[in-house]
Design a protein around this ligand. Structure first.
Ligand code: ADP
Ligand code: MG
Length: 646
């Protein structure tokens, strides 16, 4: 590149220098950069090269509509100059550039909402923090991890040479801007390195970092040829659009590096899928499963989606129309040969082409997951731990793909020793007992509570497996499931237990007998509880506990009611049904209590305890405590009188 093409050939114009204060969030961020990041400092280079590459991408895109923008130099390039003597490092691009106003806004504020979220998610773990910086879109400020002064010179593509800007800051709360003259479009960022960061002015070190972190950005990154006096530049990265190459020409290491660049991640991806579709419709996709969930996975407005290219021209980041919401953890690139270059987000939403690609990519991801689950179960388990709760949303969002989604689900289970979700529905079905034709599950506030739920006592006693669930969305998700391999799903805490062929003739006889014997008792309990329950009946479920609450097949659970209420929706309060274990000593005792007041008090206690065991909050906890205390006092009274006796 001839010298007068470069942004740094610029001169200050007198008299319009201004000082601006950084936005408060930026100040806080800078403090963090300067004072608490000592490891992984090299990420600044990846971030600045990524900005340079974005700037080139944006120019290429803008030039589609206005080819004059390319008038001076038509190829895009990034140049890096390391000056060990001066202790500086300069990253220069001939991309879109910035106006003075843009420099003030872009390099003085944080554009994204949710900055507070960013700070909250910082854990003091430096590796995590340095990763967040890139993911959150505050990469520019990472320059201050290694520099005590940063200078930016920029000229917007299409703007006159005399309207360039020079921005400078020592990260002490303000920055200055002044108008300068600059021969070429684009941006040069110069870092005046801290004394303990001079390693980044060493050309060898910088080359190593470029190959490691920026090898696969779409533009050539040039550095001076080795040898003191050399003025010639050479390309030090691969600079090819990786996804356009045939699979056989790409090494695993290259795939991994490309992921790290795309996702601003240090960890390797778990798996990837690279495909070229040809024929009626043509597109290439390279999709990755990250190993770890990003901090904003659950944030509603978090950026997600794929990098979109049309015939290798970068169009946009975060094109979210190409994958369903429940696959929002996927990172990658989609390059279409059929979409128009001037495609916008609005157009993407209506384009039937996009709908078709989305269907194809969804299948690819589900296939990739199925392959991982089959061939690398340990990796799949770690995927499930990070993203299982998101993938589950697919059960509710994507009925058409239930066939592919159901085998991907993993559960904790009464037949697994710990609470790690490792049981698949296929495992469950393979272990079903003869005569069993339901897939039993139970949902509670925690997996421990689910495991200990009175509602599954009988099932456990029979050695029947019960899937254990405890996540917020589980009730919603499980409600959408009908059958797996012809077996119906059954919530063990609702309606009848549907033991079907599992109940023996003796079981049924015993149940009949209990029904007859307990008629009077059940009525007395119902009269005591009144409106608190819809019905009191003899339980088939219980083994050790005296009573449990059961919901109707379609009633909303307590948790669900609370979620709806929190979302401002009116939820009909479902009244539960109380099941009692007529063989239990406490229930037998109750049957013998003649005093109406005492009977009612005990019946209320029975109900409240059944509610507590379900993890349901009591409507009147003090009343419960008083009742329990009165009972305890009665129990203690005779003891007191004996000890008090002479
Ligand atoms: P992000 O890249 O995620 O937007 P950064 O903090 O890295 O966040 O950069 C902030 C903004 O500064 C960018 O969005 C861009 O507008 C501007 N910017 C940074 N570097 C350059 C550059 N080399 N050329 C043009 N604009 C840039
Ligand atoms: Mg950036």
């Amino acid at each position: 590149m001839p010298a007068n093409d470069t942004p740094e050939a610029s001169a200050a114009q007198a008299g319009d220098r201004q000082t601006h204060g950084f936005q408060a969030e930026v100040r806080e961020l800078l403090k963090l950069m300067i004072h608490s990041l000592y490891s992984h400092r090299e990420i600044f280079l990846r971030e600045l090269i990524s900005n340079a590459s974005d700037a080139c991408d944006r120019l290429r895109f803008a030039a589609i509509g206005d080819s004059a923008l390319y008038s001076d130099v038509s190829s895009n390039t990034i140049r890096i100059d390391a000056d060990a003597t001066a202790g500086t490092l300069t990253i220069t691009d001939n991309g879109i550039g910035m106006t003075r106003e843009e420099a003030i806004t872009n390099l003085g504020t944080i554009a994204r909402s949710g900055t507070a979220e960013f700070f909250r998610s910082l854990s003091g773990d430096e590796q995590k923090t340095s990763q967040l910086i890139g993911q959150f879109g505050v990469g520019f400020y990472s320059a201050f991890i290694v520099a005590d002064r940063v200078e930016v010179r920029s000229r917007k593509a299409g703007a006159p040479a005399a309207a360039a800007v020079r921005w400078e800051s020592g990260a002490d709360g303000d920055f200055t801007v002044e108008t300068v003259t600059q021969a070429a479009r684009g941006t040069a960022v110069t870092l005046h390195l801290k004394t303990d960061a001079h390693e980044f002015a060493d050309a060898m070190r910088v080359r190593g970092l470029i190959r490691r972190y920026s090898d696969h950005i779409g533009f050539p990154v040039r550095m001076r040829k080795e040898g003191e006096a050399s003025l010639e530049y050479e390309v030090v990265n691969q600079a090819k659009a990786l996804w356009t190459l045939p699979r056989t020409e790409i090494s695993d290491e290259e795939y991994r590096q490309f992921y790290q660049y795309l996702a601003h991640d240090f960890t390797d991806p778990l798996a990837w899928s690279h495909n070229k579709v040809e024929g009626k419709r043509e597109y290439t996709s390279l999709l990755y499963l990250p190993a770890r969930a990003p901090f904003d996975l659950w944030q509603r407005d978090a950026a997600r989606g794929l990098k979109l290219y049309v015939r290798r021209v970068f169009i946009m980041d975060d094109a979210e129309q190409f994958l369903p919401l429940y696959l929002r953890f996927v990172k990658g690139v989609v390059d279409s040969s059929d979409l128009p270059l001037n495609v916008s987000r609005e157009i993407l939403q209506q384009e039937p082409e996009v709908e078709a690609i989305r269907g194809g990519l969804t299948r690819r991801v589900l296939e990739l997951l199925a392959r991982l689950a089959k061939d690398e179960p340990e990796k799949y388990a770690s995927f499930w731990k990070e993203f299982g709760a998101v993938l589950k949303e697919g059960i509710a969002q994507d009925h058409a793909n239930h066939g592919a989604l159901l085998p991907l689900l993993r559960f904790a289970s009464t037949h697994a020793a710990d609470n790690a979700p490792q049981v698949s529905l296929a495992d469950y079905v393979a272990r079903m007992k003869t005569g069993q034709d339901r897939i039993y599950y139970v949902i509670a506030e925690s997996l421990e509570a689910a495991r200990g739920s009175p509602a599954i006592e009988r099932l456990k006693e029979r050695g029947l497996e019960v899937l254990l669930l405890a996540e917020r969305i589980d009730e919603w998700v499980m409600g959408q499931l009908e059958t797996f391999e012809g077996k119906r799903f059954k919530d063990a805490a609702r309606g009848d237990l549907e033991l079907g062929g599992l109940a023996s003739a003796a079981d049924r006889q015993q149940h009949e007998a209990q029904l007859k014997e307990s008629k009077g008792l059940l009525k007395r309990i119902k009269d005591s509880l009144g409106e608190r329950v819809t019905e009191v009946r003899v339980s088939e479920r219980l083994q050790e506990s005296p009573a449990c609450l059961v919901l109707g097949e379609h009633d909303l659970s307590e948790q669900m009611q609370r979620i709806l209420a929190a979302a401002g929706q009116k939820a009909p309060a479902g009244r539960p049904l109380l099941e009692v274990n007529v063989g239990h000593p406490l229930v037998k005792y109750l049957d013998g209590v003649a005093d109406a007041g005492q009977f009612s008090e005990l019946a209320q206690l029975l109900f409240d305890q059944a509610a507590l065991a379900e993890g349901v909050s009591l409507s009147n906890p003090p009343e419960y405590v008083q009742r329990l205390n009165r009972l305890l006092v009665r129990l203690a009274a005779p003891v007191d009188s004996t000890t008090a006796a002479p």
